[in-house]
Design a protein around this ligand. Structure first.
Ligand code: NMX
Ligand code: MLT
Length: 435
C-alpha cells in the first residue's frame, strides 16, 4: 500500500496551498446567491461544497476526475479475460486523479485481500438480527459495529497532528472497503440462500470475489465491477455523499460516516429507488399477466401511478437534465448481453413512454431515467431477484467515492460543516410580507 499512500501524500501536500490561498486571499469572493426557494427547497443548486473527485454537469452527467464514464471504462486497467476494469484501479484513480498502471492496481488488489476478513463479532451482529430485517439495516449495523477497529480514533486519542488525520483515515477506509463486499455477500447468502455462506477466494479481484461469494456465475463478476464503478461517486451534494461528508466533518471516523451514508441511501427518493423500480415493474407485469403491454396500456400505468400521488421510480433527478450516462452504460450492457430479457424490454419501453408523460404532467424538472431505472433489471437477469438487496450493491460502490472524499477532506483540513438556519418569520421579513 506504500505506493498509493505515498502518491496520495504527494498529491495532498501539493494541493494544500491552493485551498489555503483561496480561503486566505479570496475568502470573501461570492460564489452565488441563495433565494427563499432554495432555503425551503432542499438547498437545490446552492454551491456550498467542494470536491475534485467528481463533477456532475446537468447536461452531460458525471465526470470522475474529469473523465466521462466511457473514458474511465476504456482507460482503467482491465481484469484479464473480462470486459470491465478493476474496481481497485478505479479507487486509485478517484484518490489520485491518475490512471494507475496494472502494477499499481495489483497493489490495491493485494491490499484488499489482506484486509477483507470480517471480524466474528460483526458476523454475530448480523446473525442476531431478525432475518426479515432490511439488508440496508444489516449493512449499516455491521459497518458501525466495526467502529471499534478505527485506527484514526486510536491515533487521534494518542494526540496525532491534524496534518496527519488523512493517513489513518486512509487506513480505516481501506480496511472497510475491503470488507464491504464480503459483508454484502454474507448478508445475501444468509438471508436469501438458506444461510449457505461462500468464503472469499483469495485469487480474485474485488468484483470477481464478490460474484464468487454471491454464488452467481460469470458475467456477474463484470456486472459487479460495472456496478461498483458506476455508483462510486456523484459529486458531493447527493444525500449519501453529503451524509458521509457531514458526519466525517465532525471528525467522526469512516465507520460512523459510511454507516450514515448507507442510512441516507436507503431512502426511496435516493438509492432505494432501484428496488422500487423492480417492484413497480413487477406490479405492471402481474397486471398484464406477463405479456408486454401496448404503448397505450403502459402510458395508462404510468399515469395511474402519478394520479395515485406516487413518483415514477428511476426517473427524474435533482441536478441532471438529461438521461443519466450511468443508465446508458447499463443499457449498453443489457443490449449486448440480455437484449431479449423480458424485464429489459419493459424497461426499454418505459424509456420511451415515461419521459413524454412526465413532460405532459409538467412537474418533474428532469423527465429522463436515472441510474436506478436500469440497474435492478441486470441483477434480476442474473438471478439476484431479491430486489430489497439492490441498494446494498449501490452502497458498496458509493463507499468508494465517499471514503475517497473523506480522506481528501482530512488532507485539506476542511472544517466541521455547519450551515445556518433561519426562521419562517425571518424569511417572511426578507420577502417583505412581515415586519
Ligand atoms: N415521478 C413523479 N413526479 C416526479 C418525479 C418522478 N419521477 N420526479 C420529480 N417529480 C416531481 C417532484 O415530486 C416534485 O413534485 P412537487 O412539486 O409536487 O413536490 C416536482 O416533480 C419537482 O421535482 P424536481 O425538482 O424535478 O425533483 P427533485 O429535485 O425535487 O427530486 C428526485 C429529485 C430524484 C428525488 C425525484 O425526481 C424523484 O422523486 N424521482 C423518483 C425517485 C428516484 O428515482 N430516485 C432516485 C434518484 C437517483 N438516485 O439514485 O438517488
Ligand atoms: C446519486 O448517485 O447519488 C444520485 O444520482 C442522486 C444525486 O446525485 O442527487
Amino acid at each position: 500500500m506504500a505506493k498509493l499512500k505515498e502518491k496520495l501524500r504527494e498529491k495532498i501536500e501539493a494541493w494544500r496551498p491552493r485551498t489555503a490561498r483561496l480561503v486566505k486571499e479570496f475568502g470573501e469572493v461570492k460564489v452565488g446567491e441563495v433565494n427563499i426557494g432554495q432555503v425551503i427547497g432542499g438547498a437545490r443548486d446552492v454551491k456550498c461544497l467542494v470536491t475534485d473527485i467528481s463533477y456532475l454537469d446537468p447536461n452531460e452527467g458525471i465526470r470522475f476526475r474529469g473523465m466521462t464514464i466511457p473514458e474511465v471504462m476504456e482507460k482503467l486497467p482491465k481484469v484479464p479475460g473480462s470486459e470491465m476494469p478493476f474496481v481497485e484501479g478505479h479507487l486509485w484513480f478517484l484518490l489520485t486523479g491518475d490512471i494507475p498502471t496494472m502494477e499499481d492496481t495489483m497493489d490495491v488488489v493485494a491490499e484488499f485481500k489482506q484486509r477483507q476478513q470480517i471480524p466474528q463479532y460483526a458476523i454475530d451482529v448480523l446473525r442476531a438480527m431478525p432475518r426479515d430485517t432490511h439488508p440496508m439495516t444489516m449493512l449499516s449495523a455491521a459497518v458501525v459495529a466495526m467502529q471499534r477497529e478505527s485506527i484514526y480514533v486510536q491515533r487521534y486519542n494518542a494526540g496525532m497532528h491534524r496534518n496527519d488525520y488523512w493517513d489513518p483515515t486512509f487506513e480505516d477506509s481501506m480496511n472497510l472497503l475491503a470488507k464491504m463486499p464480503c459483508i454484502a455477500a454474507y448478508i445475501f447468502r444468509m438471508k436469501y440462500r438458506g444461510d449457505t455462506i461462500i468464503p472469499p477466494n483469495p485469487d480474485l479481484d474485488m468484483g470477481g470475489n464478490f460474484a464468487h461469494m454471491m454464488g452467481v456465475p460469470k458475467p456477474y463478476d463484470d456486472v459487479s465491477r460495472l456496478y461498483f464503478i458506476l455508483h462510486s461517486d456523484h459529486e458531493s451534494g447527493n444525500v449519501s455523499a453529503h451524509a458521509g461528508h457531514l458526519i466525517a466533518s465532525a471528525l467522526s471516523d469512516v465507520y460512523y460516516a459510511v454507516s450514515g451514508l448507507i442510512n441516507g441511501l436507503a431512502g426511496p427518493l435516493h438509492g432505494l429507488a432501484n428496488q422500487e423500480v423492480l417492484r413497480w415493474i413487477q406490479g405492471v407485469m402481474e397486471k398484464m399477466g406477463g405479456k408486454i403491454p401496448s404503448d397505450e396500456e403502459m402510458r395508462k400505468f404510468v399515469w395511474d401511478t402519478l394520479k395515485s400521488g406516487q413518483v415514477i421510480p428511476g426517473y427524474g433527478h435533482a441536478v441532471l437534465r438529461k438521461t443519466d450516462p450511468r443508465y446508458m452504460a447499463q443499457r449498453e450492457f443489457c443490449l449486448k448481453h440480455m437484449p431479449e430479457d423480458p424485464i429489459f424490454k419493459y424497461t426499454d419501453m418505459l424509456f420511451r413512454i415515461v419521459p413524454p408523460v412526465l413532460l405532459e404532467q409538467g412537474k418533474a424538472k428532469d423527465p429522463w431515467p436515472n441510474v436506478d431505472a436500469q440497474s435492478g433489471v441486470i441483477q434480476w437477469h442474473y438471478g439476484v431477484t431479491e430486489y430489497d438487496f439492490y441498494t446494498v450493491l449501490f452502497a458498496v460502490g458509493r463507499a468508494l467515492g465517499v471514503t475517497a472524499n473523506i480522506i481528501w477532506d482530512r488532507g485539506l483540513g476542511y472544517p466541521i460543516e455547519r450551515p445556518k438556519s433561519v426562521t419562517t418569520d425571518m424569511l417572511e421579513a426578507v420577502a417583505g410580507i412581515k415586519k
